[in-house]
Design a protein around this ligand. Structure first.
Ligand SMILES: *Cc1c(COP(=O)(O)O)cnc(C)c1O
Length: 341
């Protein structure tokens, strides 16, 4: 047996031990579903037949999502998390490399590598926005240009004019809107009416409080969706998750209040940390303080990065009120200690 280069290179996931008091590291929604809604869901799940395969491409859920967006089922692909769609898109097009704009979501690089595709990184500019002229220069030979807006981990939205400029090249653009529900800026979903080279990705993992349920989706024209469906394994969205996601599309109002709360907490954290935090349209903030280990020692897990440009920063997910208070207290303590040295 000869182990592949890919398998050897891959760095296994670090097991996050369940030993910290507070987890603000994965951009999860801190609120689980309200108990009565959970009851209602479990009641409904009693009707799901365990012995049968689910609908092959999750058609009922695709219908519901499409309806909520004023589109057709043929415009929607549903995956086991939007990660599954991210794993498929590199197989959709031909070209010499995928373009990413660091610092950004690490999975774009992961799935490119896993599909044997080179990655061209055209780092975001000083304001963490797209370097359009460079991207355009390399667009013809690109397979996929990954754009994340609001961007993870910087939190800002990328400028619509620049996204349009890149779409004009005709290269396939995957616009990841995983955090769009937390943003006051408009989605770029309307651009689907003008560009046939655009795929938008959304997820139930963040605003919808469903990270554990694993459902995400892609939105595009019928042609692209049919090609993506051709690449996708059947039945990857299980019957239970599909049904839960369907119910949540219908009960969207239950998430609105939590989103509002998270946005108000974001505002509070940004105000308190104004000298250190970057503006954010998402449910997390990037903070320019090297406090990863300091916070861990106080039982608070946040995200840190190996990437040079953000190596001394942390990405902090907006949590519940008391979690955010504990975080702020710890940061105050850190800054006081710094003052003294
Ligand atoms: C969390 C996240 C996703 C969603 O992942 P799922 O597989 O749907 O849980 C996609 N893109 C970005 C940028 C994310 O941060």
């Amino acid at each position: 047996m000869r182990i592949s280069k890919l398998a050897k290179e891959f760095i296994p996931y670090k097991v996050v031990e369940n030993k910290y008091k507070i987890y603000l590291d994965k951009n999860e929604n801190p609120f689980d579903f309200p108990a009565p809604l959970k009851e209602k869901i479990f009641e409904e799940l009693k009707n799901v037949q365990f012995n049968r395969y689910p609908p092959i491409t999750a058609e009922p859920l695709r219908e519901k999502i499409a309806e909520s967006l004023g589109l057709k089922m043929e415009n929607i692909i549903v995956g086991n998390g939007s990660d599954e769609i991210l794993s498929l898109v590199p197989k959709l097009t031909e070209g010499d490399y995928n373009i990413i704009n660091s610092p950004t979501f690490v999975m774009y690089r992961f799935y490119s590598k896993h599909n044997g595709i080179k990655v061209m990184d055209i780092p975001l500019d000083e304001q963490f926005d797209l370097r359009t002229s460079e991207i355009k220069r390399y667009a013809d030979k690109a397979r996929i240009i990954f754009i994340c807006s609001p961007n993870n981990p910087t939190g800002n939205s990328l400028s619509r004019e620049r996204i349009i400029d890149i779409l004009e090249t005709g290269a396939c653009v995957v616009l990841d809107e995983a955090y769009i529900e937390f943003s006051d800026k408009e989605s770029n979903i309307d651009l689907l009416n003008h560009y046939d080279n655009l795929i938008i990705l959304r997820t139930f993992s963040k605003a919808f409080s469903m990270a554990g349920i694993r459902v995400g989706y892609g939105i595009s024209n019928e042609k692209i969706i049919s090609h993506l469906l051709a690449l996708k394994a059947p039945f990857t969205v299980n019957a239970l998750s599909m049904r839960i996601a369907e119910m949540m599309v219908e009960n969207r109002d239950v998430i609105e209040e939590k989103i509002k709360f998270i946005k108000s907490e974001r505002k509070r954290l940004l105000r308190k940390l104004k000298n250190y935090a970057f503006p954010s349209d998402a449910n997390f903030i990037l903070v320019n303080l090297p406090v990863y280990h300091f916070l861990l020692e106080r039982g608070i897990a946040v995200r840190h990065f190996d990437e040079e440009r953000i190596k001394n920063m942390v990405r902090i997910t907006i949590g519940k009120k008391d979690e955010n208070d504990t975080l702020l207290d710890a940061l105050k303590e850190y800054l006081n200690e710094m003052d003294r040295v």
